[in-house]
Design a protein around this ligand. Sequence first.
Ligand SMILES: Nc1ncnc2c1ncn2[C@@H]1O[C@H](COP(=O)(O)OP(=O)(O)OP(=O)(O)O)[C@@H](O)[C@H]1O
Length: 401
Amino acid sequence: MAPTTCFNCKEARAVIIRPKNRHKLCRACFIEVFETEVHETITGTNLFFPGERIAIGASGGKDSTVLAAVLKTLNERYNYGLDLCLLSIDEGIRGYRDDSLETVKRNAKQYDMPLTIVGYGELYGWTMDQVVEQIGKKGKLHILWRALDRGAARLDIQHVVTGHNADDVAETVMMNLLRGDLPRLSRGTSIVTASGGSDIKRSKPLKYAYEKEIVLYAHHRQLDYFTTECIYSPRHSAAVPIRPSSILDIVKSGEDMAALVPRDTSQDGKSCKTTAAAEEENTGSCGSQNGRTSGGEMAAMEKQLTENETAEAHETEIQLPRKGAKNTKNTVKSSKAVKSQTLGHCERCGYISSQRVCKACTLLEGLNRNRPKTAIEVGMEDEEGSSTLMRQMERTQLTNS
Ligand SMILES: Nc1ncnc2c1ncn2[C@@H]1O[C@H](COP(=O)(O)OP(=O)(O)OP(=O)(O)O)[C@@H](O)[C@H]1O
C-alpha cells in the first residue's frame, strides 16, 4: 500500500494523525501547524507586549518543556521581543522534583534561558517531604501558585506562563460543572488568571493545545523532558472523552458558560474576579491526595480544613440569569446577576481566600505547632539543619512575606 501523503504539503509522507481533527501530516507540517496555532492563541488574545519579561513555570515535564521550546521559537520567528526565563519551584520531593529539576537545568542550557529555582523550604519552612512525613499525603499544601508568584516577584517579573493545556482546561470545566461552580469554571477557562495575592498575572498559552499533540511535538522535536509522575499526586482525570475533538468542544462550551459569569460583581477585590488564588484553594499539584494522618492536633487541623471546605461549598450559589423567565426549579426570583463566591484576603498571608485564614495557612499553622518535635529530630541529625529550620520557623510566622 502506498504511504499516505501529508494533508498539508501534499508531498512528504504523513507520520501523524492529529487527534484534534484527524488530519494526516508529515513531521515538518505538524511542527509548523502546532507552533502556528500557539502563535494564533498568543496574538488572538494579545497575551504579551514587546519587551515584556516572562517567567516560564518550568517543572521539567512535557507541557512546560514544550511551552519553553515553542515560546523560544515563536519569540525569535515573530520578533515578540520577549525576555524569557525559566522559574522552577522546588517543593522538596526527593526522588521526583530533584530529578525533574535536573531536566530543567539542561533545558536552561538548551534554550539559553536563565533559570531560577525557589524552594518551599526557604519560602515556607516546610518541604513537601517534611509535610508528608508529618501528616501523610493529606497535606493539602496548595502553595505552588503563590510560590511561583513570589519567585516571579523576586525576579521583578509580572507575568508567569504555565504549561496548562486543552485537556487540563476541559477537565476543569467538567469538574466545575459537576460541582455546579460557575465562578471557578470561569476562572479555569480564562487564558489569563490574575493572581490574588500580588500584581503578577498568570497565563496558559497552550490552552488550546491537546496533551497528545504536546507529546507528539516533544517527540518529533526530540525535546528533553522528565516523565515520572509525582509520587504524592498521581494523575487522575475527570474528563475521559471518547471522541478527541470533544476536548475542544468542552473548552469552547466552558468559555460560553464562563461568559455568563459576571467578572466583577462586588467591590474591594472581594468579587469573583478571575483570581488564581481561589483556584489554588481547591486544586494543587502535589500532596492533594488523601492519605494517613497523625492524630490529635492534626485531626483538629483537618477538621478545620474540612469545615473551611464545607463552608466554601455553601458559599457558591449558581443562579443563571434568564430574561423574563418565570420561577421554576432552575431559575431564581430575581435574576439580576449570578451570585458569586465571596473572596476576601487571608488575614495571615494576605492571599485571596474565601476563608478568614486560607487553607495553606491553616495547614502550615498546624504543622508549625508540631514543629519543635520535628526540629529536635532534625537537630539530632544535623545541627546546622536544625538551626536553619528554627530560622525558617521564625520566618514562617505566616505574615505576608
Ligand atoms: N514545580 C514547578 N515549578 C514551576 N512550574 C510548575 C511546577 N509545577 C507545575 N508547574 C507549572 O504548572 C503547569 C501545570 O502543572 P501540573 O502539575 O498540572 O503538571 P503537568 O500538567 O504534568 O505539566 P508539566 O508536563 O509541565 O509538568 C506546568 O506545566 C508548569 O508550567
